[in-house]
Design a protein around this ligand. Structure first.
Ligand SMILES: O=c1ccn([C@@H]2O[C@H](COP(=O)(O)O)[C@@H](O)[C@H]2O)c(=O)[nH]1
Length: 232
């Protein structure tokens, strides 16, 4: 496995392996980590994940498992066997589910980072109220603390919550932040957004930056410009 220090994770939100591998061929494991989410995994399955790992990439398998404890534990075990660097579960799955996932990973020879999703970055306070949940300022810290108590390595949150969570959970608890938008780029379907520079300054450990890079005319140039702006 490569020794990667970049904080940038690029989601391969494509519907086929050819496009995903073409992107992986244009960048390198030193420039970014790669994320495989529901669209690509459903289309192409575990083989593609293994191919990306085989090319030296640290892969975040972003399937956000949310099910009963046994099912999630078995799912993270299967993810670990693919050699991924990071895997995630929904923190709303609760204490028993998160602890089962963590215990299962402890028994594996390869142990990916285990991350809990707090509140999706597409949701705002109004969206949460509609499903009977408190605003992000309440719900995100609550779920982050629960994830930490269960022994998870960190959480997915918005960079807007990063400084609060660093104070609450400490420097070692990893903050993975989607909803990153360079100044001037479209917000798309994201609600709780921040620029890459502000996100790092707020304490985010990893910046998930998708469409601003993958949909740009020159993805490599855009990725390079973002890295330069961050001095990473
Ligand atoms: O709260 C979350 C959790 C995961 N995501 C994922 O991150 C990327 C963001 O892509 P952009 O194109 O930069 O919006 C995408 O794969 C989501 O599934 C998230 O956005 N928010």
């Amino acid at each position: 496995m490569s020794m990667v220090h970049t904080p940038i994770i690029v989601p391969l939100d494509f519907d086929n392996a050819a496009q995903a591998l073409a992107f992986a061929d244009r960048v390198t494991p030193e420039l970014c980590r790669l994320k495989v989410g529901k669209e690509l995994f459903t289309a192409e399955g575990p083989q593609l994940v293994e191919q990306l790992v085989g090319r030296g990439y640290e892969v975040f398998l972003d399937l956000k498992f949310h099910d009963i404890p046994n099912t999630v534990a078995q799912a993270v075990k299967a993810a670990a066997r693919l050699g991924v660097w990071m895997v995630n579960v929904h923190a709303q799955g609760g204490r028993k589910m998160m602890c089962a996932a963590r215990e299962m990973l402890e028994a594996q020879s390869h142990r990916p980072l285990l991350i809990g999703v707090t509140v999706l970055t597409s949701l705002d306070g109004h969206d949460l109220a509609e499903v009977g949940l408190p605003e992000p300022a309440i719900q995100v810290p609550l779920l982050a603390r629960l994830a930490q108590e269960c022994g998870l390595d960190g959480v997915v949150c918005s960079a807007r919550e990063a400084s609060t969570l660093k104070q609450l959970c400490g420097a070692d608890f990893k903050l993975v932040t989607p909803g990153i938008r360079p100044a001037g780029s479209s917000q798309d379907d994201q609600s709780r957004v921040m620029t890459p520079e502000a996100a790092l300054a707020a304490g985010a450990d990893y910046l998930v930056i998708g469409r601003p890079i993958t949909q740009s005319v020159d993805p490599l140039a855009t990725l390079t410009a973002i890295r330069t702006s961050l001095a990473v």
